[in-house]
Design a protein around this ligand. Structure first.
Ligand SMILES: Nc1ncnc2c1ncn2[C@@H]1O[C@H](COP(=O)(O)OP(=O)(O)O)[C@@H](O)[C@H]1O
Ligand SMILES: [Mg+2]
Length: 357
């Protein structure tokens, strides 16, 4: 199997992209899939959650030996300026599954290329008109892919899945990740704006694809034998996720049912039809419809606690809670039940990906 690159994407912030990508990666790794995370968000939340605050601070610090730090910048910046050194730094999340489960021979692979606040500058360096549409700088938009290819070559690593975390926007970083990706998955929350934002993707993505196509046809004239550019710029919709709904009132979706229906309706009547109009490739695969591929409950205090302790939900119930440490020495049975339930949902999402993608 060749690696599959998946972006977790929504132009809206706070919908759970980072939380889902981390926990999904843990489930994929637990299922034996060699997984790489790339933090492509200048906010670096994924790096902070997985590596921990203090250690991450050492990664982005620049020094004489590491003029671009030990993050994605160490590869991206020299690449853009065509310098000779371009190092790739990757690490592992602080909490490794092997610590509690599995024998050495079943060693799980979960690596991360840390993000960098510098990515904001990288976003400015990438220019849509000159780089993409003119075709002259298409490769600059493939930096995440080139990085993975180089990493595999250099360290003799082979990944099954590469998951890219993104900022909440339609900026050049998002374009770059989408141009590299085989699929994108859209998390949504139960709120007023999610339906609007997912509809917007239907307006914007076809434009991104058109720009790439224009650039590619110009690029082809002077690079007739290139194989990479023509195979990229074709991200497919892998489905949407309903994240953080509340079941405390007992009913399955409770008060969130109204927003859920609005989102599903928008996916059905706007997103899917708009993406189906893309001629260059089949953007909507057969296995995708307007229903969410996963529905994840609100885990309230456990979400920030997981980030604070750098422990994914799968393993959090084995740890003591920190936030309410004074009041609560252990998770209560309902919290453990909820964590197990949500963990099962992440595992199911991983199965969906393994089966389809
Ligand atoms: N299922 C969930 N239940 C409760 N809180 C959640 C859940 N998923 C995410 N959160 C919280 O919501 C906030 C935003 O999530 P995050 O993953 O950072 O979103 P994004 O990456 O889309 O901005 C974070 O504080 C996170 O802990
Ligand atoms: Mg995020």
């Amino acid at each position: 199997m060749t690696k599959k690159i998946i972006s977790m994407f929504n132009n809206k912030g706070g919908v759970g992209k980072t939380t889902i990508i981390w926990n999904l990666a843990v489930s994929l790794a637990a299922a034996g899939k060699k997984t790489l995370l790339i933090d492509f968000d200048p906010q670096c939340n994924l790096s902070i959650a997985t590596i921990g605050y203090d250690e991450f601070a050492e990664y982005f610090e620049t020094s004489e030996n590491f003029p671009f730090g030990k993050t994605i910048r160490a590869y991206a910046q020299p690449y853009i300026y065509q310098m000779e050194i371009n190092e790739i730094h990757f690490t592992q999340p602080k909490y490794k599954p092997e610590q509690e489960e599995g024998t050495l021979s079943e060693k799980k692979v979960l690596d991360i290329v840390p993000g960098d606040f510098w990515l904001n500058s990288f976003a400015d360096i990438l220019t849509v008109g000159t780089d993409v549409v003119s075709g002259s700088g298409l490769y600059r938009f493939l930096v995440p892919l080139l990085l993975v290819n180089k990493l595999e070559e250099k360290d003799e690593k082979i990944y099954d899945y590469v998951l890219i975390d993104l900022p909440p926007s339609f900026n050049t970083l998002v374009r770059s990740a989408l141009y590299c990706s085989d699929y994108f998955i859209v998390p949504c929350t139960s709120d007023l704006f999610s339906a609007y934002c997912i509809g917007l993707i239907g307006e914007v993505l076809p434009k991104f694809v058109k720009d790439w196509q224009d650039g590619e046809s110009r690029f082809k004239d002077s690079n007739p034998y290139d194989q990479i550019i023509k195979s990229k710029g074709k991200p497919k919709f892998g489905g949407w996720i309903f994240n953080g709904f509340d079941t405390r009132k007992g009913e399955k979706l409770g008060a969130d049912r109204y927003q859920f229906n609005k989102i599903a309706e928008k996916v059905e009547n706007k997103l899917i039809p708009e993406l189906k109009k893309i001629k260059a490739y089949q953007c909507i695969p057969e296995f995708v419809d307007s229903q969410p591929i996963s529905s994840i409950e609100d885990i309230n205090v456990m979400a920030p606690d997981s980030i604070g302790q750098n422990v994914p939900i799968k393993y959090l119930s084995k740890k003591r809670p920190t936030r309410d440490a004074m009041k609560q020495r252990a998770w209560n049975p309902n919290q453990v039940k909820l964590m197990n339930k949500v963990n099962q949902e992440y595992d199911k999402l991983a199965d969906y990906i393994i089966k389809n993608i």
